[in-house]
Design a protein around this ligand. Structure first.
Ligand SMILES: NC(=O)C1=CN([C@@H]2O[C@H](COP(=O)(O)OP(=O)(O)OC[C@H]3O[C@@H](n4cnc5c(N)ncnc54)[C@H](OP(=O)(O)O)[C@@H]3O)[C@@H](O)[C@H]2O)C=CC1
Ligand SMILES: N[C@@H](CC(=O)OP(=O)(O)O)C(=O)O
Length: 342
């Protein structure tokens, strides 16, 4: 089978680099185009990007020439978007209109009614929106999105709890510095410190999960009927968002029932290459999960949960630039391919 040609928009950035890492040697996708700003276009990737991951910059991409973020310059069937939101707003629709499948990691289109906000383990049926989106807009291509990196961790853990009738969720996040990009938080601001504010984050966290866990009624997504109240904080951790979660449920399950629901959760995505063997990993030690020890579980795609207590209260944690960003988009693209939409 010929591989599907993939491009990365914003390929030189923090998330762009994770895309390159995640697409290297992918069995279905071949990375054919690396796009970034005019500052980088025309340069070899190794000159344009400061490679900041622990893995080596793959040789096969180091000498690729970076192109501009322009549908006429990008050679691909699908583009993974890791652009700043304001730039994404301008160009993602242009790419979709030009016939590209756009798997976007940016906030720009997530809450647009005819754009699926996907977590394959939670709402694979929401891809039905794609047909509606294409008809409405008259596009050859289409846009899908993945959630904010804080939303995705707790939304995934809520999926197996939906059976108990979720009424309200409270979440307090402890977010890694990589979520803000390499130059996002100065070291003098975050070392020996916690910053109890992340611009725009609580608004996203308080709305996205209801769309993800909502019901597709044949025309639109009817949001899930629970409230989310969030408090978001930046902590001096490199990678891995940790979240304290309180969930009130109509059936008032015990911690043992909640633990069992997490253990039983099997979304049946074993045939997708980026899918972890376990989407949710239950840690029974009293002091887990921890970002340094648990963020790479399932190659960065598992969400670890622990400290399940009456209330119901628990901690969840996952890798913010893999499960929370590039890995999430790649998993979405794999779902689209499996469903014949790519
Ligand atoms: N799912 C999630 O929650 C997460 C999402 N994100 C989102 O992913 C996106 C990328 O974040 P991150 O990688 O940290 O950002 P970076 O600042 O590290 O990278 C930005 C990338 O976009 C390119 N770029 C910047 N401005 C322009 C422009 N005007 N035209 C074309 N390309 C441009 C840059 O190219 P150059 O190097 O040439 O300047 C670079 O490749 C953001 O929207 C961010 O919010 C990030 C983390 C997690
Ligand atoms: N706000 C997240 C990362 C991010 O960019 O989120 P979004 O994709 O919703 O803009 C963080 O700082 O950790």
């Amino acid at each position: 089978m010929a591989k599907i040609k993939a491009g990365v928009l914003g390929a030189t950035g923090a998330v762009g680099q994770r895309f390159i890492e995640g697409l290297r040697g992918h069995p279905w996708f071949e990375l054919t185009s690396l796009a970034a700003s005019d500052r980088s276009a025309g340069k070899k990737y190794r000159e344009a990007a400061k490679w900041r991951l622990e893995s080596e910059l793959p040789d096969e991409f180091a000498d690729m020439t970076v192109v501009r973020v322009d549908p006429k310059e990008v050679d691909a069937d699908i583009v993974f978007s890791a652009l700043p939101s304001d730039e994404a707003k301008k160009v993602e629709a242009e790419f979709a209109a030009a016939g590209f499948v756009v798997a976007s990691n940016t906030a720009t289109n997530r809450m647009v009614p005819d754009v699926p906000l996907l977590i394959p383990e939670c709402n694979p049926d929401h891809i039905e929106l794609i047909k509606i989106q294409k008809e409405r807009r008259g596009w050859e291509g289409y846009i899908t999105t993945n959630p904010n990196c804080t939303t995705i961790m707790f939304a995934l853990t809520l999926k197996p709890l939906m059976q108990f009738g979720i009424e309200s969720v409270h979440v307090a996040s402890m977010q890694a510095v990589s979520g803000a990009g390499y130059e996002g938080v100065p070291s003098m601001a975050i070392l020996d410190n916690i910053i109890p504010y992340i611009a725009g984050e609580e608004e996203k966290v308080e709305t996205e999960a209801q769309k993800i866990l909502g019901r597709f009624d044949g025309e639109r997504i009817v949001p899930a009927d629970f409230t989310v109240s969030a408090s978001c904080h930046r902590v001096p951790v490199m990678d891995g968002h940790t979240e304290a979660v309180w969930v009130r449920m109509k059936d008032d399950p015990t911690p043992a029932e909640v633990r069992q629901a997490f253990l039983d959760f099997n979304p049946g995505l074993d045939d997708l290459p980026t899918s972890p063997r376990k989407a949710i990993i239950v840690r029974d030690e009293p002091d887990r999960p921890q970002p340094r020890l648990d963020r790479n579980a399932g190659r960065g795609m598992s969400v670890s949960v622990g400290r399940i207590r009456p209330g119901i209260r628990y901690i969840c944690m996952g890798h913010n630039t893999i499960r929370g960003a590039a890995g999430a988009s790649i998993l979405n693209a794999e779902l689209l391919h499996k469903k014949g939409l790519l």
